[in-house]
Design a protein around this ligand. Sequence first.
Ligand SMILES: [Zn+2]
Ligand SMILES: [Zn+2]
Length: 279
Amino acid sequence: MRLGCHLSVAKGFATAAKVAPTLGANAFQYFTKNPRGFRNAKPLNREDAERGRRLMQELDLVAIGHTPYLINLAAADDELYHVSIAALVQDLVIAEARGTYGVVVHCGKPKDRGRDWGIERMQHALRQVLDQNRTEGVQILVENTAGQGSEIGASLDELLAIVAPFAPHDVGICFDTQHAFAAGMMTRENPGAFPGFDHPDFMRRLTAIHLNDSKVAFAAHKDRHELIGQGALGLDGIARIVNDPRLADIPFYLETPVNQETQYADEIATVKSLIEHTR
Ligand SMILES: [Zn+2]
Ligand SMILES: [Zn+2]
């Protein structure tokens, strides 16, 4: 089983790769750029990327990048829209240099333009990114949302509609359990009933799961992660998800609100204690 967490790359990507196994992680996620701002991003440190890449091979790790939250691929504002496209193109370069297989991007927010317009706008953005992309082996991972405000991608139909025009090796899916629960598409009692897990196109594209408990109730439409077992999904909800045999080969990444990174060791140990069979 692949299980890990979100790690800081403030001290370099190679440092994050070194830290992962000390927490019991064999997978990790990192921010490609400062999560709250991306206009003045630091240039890619190729040497650090290469060192991290070699460490990942030695330590048997996999990793994915996560784009800054300000990226909005369905932005009505043209400037933000084009900056978002350019930022994602650049993030694919960063991910490739670091030997990481995917870059997660949230479904966009079209504000008052409406959902259909937003879906088309986001597809157009993804097409432009892929046209400009010169990297190989890095997948764009579209993440489902909690459906907060005008966010699109809070239902299985919308998520599949967004990715449908693209080849699965170009555009995959990252499934966030908190977002799915808060969007009202996956329950605590029977998360396995989420129809995506039986949908061939969804499963073909699913290459990352964000494993998070929820601070908010089912269908609350808010993006609020909670520590494993301490939220509305609870240990039983999380246990049902991680023991679903259909998800056995998908890497799980924790993005829970720890006070410091070392606390992820406890979070990972908690998840491992819920696994019924050794895989
Ligand atoms: Zn995310
Ligand atoms: Zn997430």
